[in-house]
Design a protein around this ligand. Sequence first.
Ligand SMILES: Nc1ncnc2c1ncn2[C@@H]1O[C@H](COP(=O)(O)OP(=O)(O)OP(=O)(O)O)[C@@H](O)[C@H]1O
Length: 671
Amino acid sequence: MTEKEILYDVQVVNAYKSYGKTAVFNGLNMNVTPGSIYGLLGPSGCGKSTLIRCILGIMKLDSGTVHLKAKRLKSIGFMSQDLCLEQILTVDETFEFYGSLYKMSKKQIENRKHELHAFLQLPITGCLIQYLSGGESKRVSLAITLLHDPEIIILDEPTVGIDSVLRYEIWSQFIRMAKNDKKTIIITTHYIEEANQADCIGFMRNGVISEEGSPRDIISKFNSDSLENAFLSVCYNQEKQQAVINTDGMMDSTARSKNLMQIGKKINRHRVKALMRKNIRVLLRDNWLLFFAFFLPILQAYIVSVGFGNNIRNLKIAYKNDEISCQNYSSVGSCIYDKNSNQTMSCDVMRNLESHGFALVQVKDQKAAEKIMKDKTIVAFIYFPNNYTNDLVQFIDDFENYQAQAYVYLNNNYFLESNQIQTAIINSMNELKENISNGCSMNPKAISTPINFITLLGKDVKINTHYMVGFFLVMGSFYYSSIFSVIMMLSEKMDGVFSRSMLAGVTVIELLTSMFCLANILILIQSIVPLIITYMVFSNPIQITSGLFMCAITMIIAGWQGFFFGLIAAGITPTKSGGVHIMNGLAIAQMLVSGGIWPLEAQAPCLKAVTQFLPMTVAGKMMTSVTLRGWEWNHPLVLTYFSTLCVHVVLMVLALIFLGRFKKDTWILNK
Ligand SMILES: Nc1ncnc2c1ncn2[C@@H]1O[C@H](COP(=O)(O)OP(=O)(O)OP(=O)(O)O)[C@@H](O)[C@H]1O
C-alpha cells in the first residue's frame, strides 16, 4: 500500500463494473479522507448503491481496486436503502440481536439504545418492526447501523422518508460524529441541498465520479449559487465530454477489494446462539410457520390413521329380493336339506352384508336401481331370483341342472367402492357356504371354492393404511422440514436480513448451523409425536420392539433431506413463492411415484428406473421393512436403504456447497 492510499479511509481506484452488457462504472475513482463526511450524489440508477456494495465487498468489481482502511467488520456500520430488518422482531429484540452479534453486553446495548433514542427519536421499543411507519423503521435501521459505534459509517439514502426537522438533527449529529469522534461517513442522498453540510462531495454520473471536492469549492468552480446548480453544470459538461470516456484502463488492472465478509470462516458459538435465539422468536411469532412446523405433522399422522386407506364406511347397496321378504326372517340353524328348514340364502347374504356395515336399500326393480345408481349414494344393486335357495340346494346336489343365480350390478365409476362391495359379497357367499356345510354336517370342502388363501407373512396387515402409513410418515418429515428451511432461508435472503447480519460478522456456515440446530428440534418433534400417534395410539402394526427407534432414525434422516433440499430450493429461486412451489411440487410428485400409494412395479420401466432412487421411495421402503416385515439393522436390505438415505443427505450437502460456491446470489440477493 502506498503512502497516498493510507491517507484515505476509503479509496476506489479505476473501477469498472457492469451488469451483463450495461456498464455501471467506467474507470471510477473515489477518495474519502478520515474523519469526514463524504456526500455521494448522482441521479437515480447511476450506480451509487452498487459502488457501496463493492466498497463493502458484498459485490466484486470487474476491474479496479477498493482500499478500505477498516481491519475488522466491527469498524464498519452499513445501512442499506432497503430496511434489511426482521419484520416480526420488536425494536428491543432487534437491538438485542445485533448487539449480541457484536458481542455487546446487555448493559452496553441498553446504554447505546438510550443514546440513540435521544438522537433519533426512536419509536416505542416494544413495537414489532412490521407495524412501524416508513420513517420510524428507517430510524431504527440507522440506529442499528450506529449501535456498535463503528469508525467508518456507510449510509445509503438514510434520510429518505424522514421529516425535515429530524433530518436537520441527524445531519447535525453526523457533523458532530465526524468532527469530535473522527468518524468517516459516506452518505448517498437525493437531497442535494442537505449534502451542503458534507466535507466532500462526489458527483457520480455515467460511471465515473466526475467532480470531487468540498461543496464550497464545487460551487465556486462552476460559478453557481447553489450545489444543485453546480450539479446541473456538471451534468451539462459531462454530456459534452461523453465521446472521450476512456475504457482502456479496464484491461490493465485486476479487481481487488478487501473482503471482510468471509463465507467460510470458523463457527462462532456466540453468533450461532444469537441467530438461534432470533430464529426461535421469529418462529414463535409466525403462526402459519408454527402451524406447518408443529401441528400439521401431528394432525397429518392422526388424519392418515383415521381417514386414509381404511375400508370405505356406510356404503349402500340397492336390492330386490324376489325370493322372500326378509323382514321377520330368523334362521333356526337347521340343515338346509331338511324339509322343515326355513333357511333362506338371500336373507342370509343380506344379513351378512348388514353385519359388515353395508346399508341395504330396497328398490322396485332393476330400472329403479339403475336410476339411483347414477348418483353417488348407491354403487351396487344385488338381485335374488324367486327360487334362489331351492336352486342353490339343487346345485349342491346336482350342479348340472343349476338354474337360478343372484346378480350384482356395479357402478365402476366409483371404482374403489365397487371393488370393496364385490369382495364383501364374495366373502359373504363363502361364509354362507361354510354355514351350510356346518349345518348339514357335510365336508366343507365339498361346496367351497377349490382354493384357499392363507396369509403367510404380514398377518397384521389388514387394510391399506397399514401399508401406506410408513410412507406418509417419512413424507411428512421431509415435507415439513423442507418448508421450514425454504421459508426461513428465503426470509433471510429476500428481506436482506442475512446481508445485514453478514456485515456484523455472521458467516453462511453460522447461519446454516443455527438453522440446522433449530430444524433438528422441529424434526425430533415432527418424528416422535406422529410415531406415537401412529403406532401407539392407533396401533398400526409394528413387528419389532426396536422398530420405533429405527423408524425415528429414518424419519430424522428424511427430515434432514427435506431441510437441505429446502436450502437448495431457497438458493436457486429468487422469490419466496418460487421456493414454496418447488417444495410443494416435489412433495406431490414424490407422494405419487414413491410407491406408497401405488406400487413401483406398476410404473413404466423408464419411470421406475428413476423413482426407485427417490428419497421418499427409499425411506418408505425402509419404514415398511421395519414395521411390516420386522427386519432389523443387520438385514442387508435395511443396510442398503439406510446407506442410500445417508448418501442422499451427503449429495444434498455437496449440491448446497456447489451452489454457494458457484452461484452468485445463493445467500444474498444483489438487488
Ligand atoms: N443485480 C442487478 N442486476 C442487473 N442490473 C442491476 C442490478 N443491480 C442494479 N442494477 C442496475 O444497475 C444500475 C445501478 O443501480 P444502483 O442501484 O447501483 O443505482 P443507484 O444509483 O443506487 O440508484 P438509486 O439512487 O435509485 O437507488 C441500475 O440501472 C440498475 O437497474
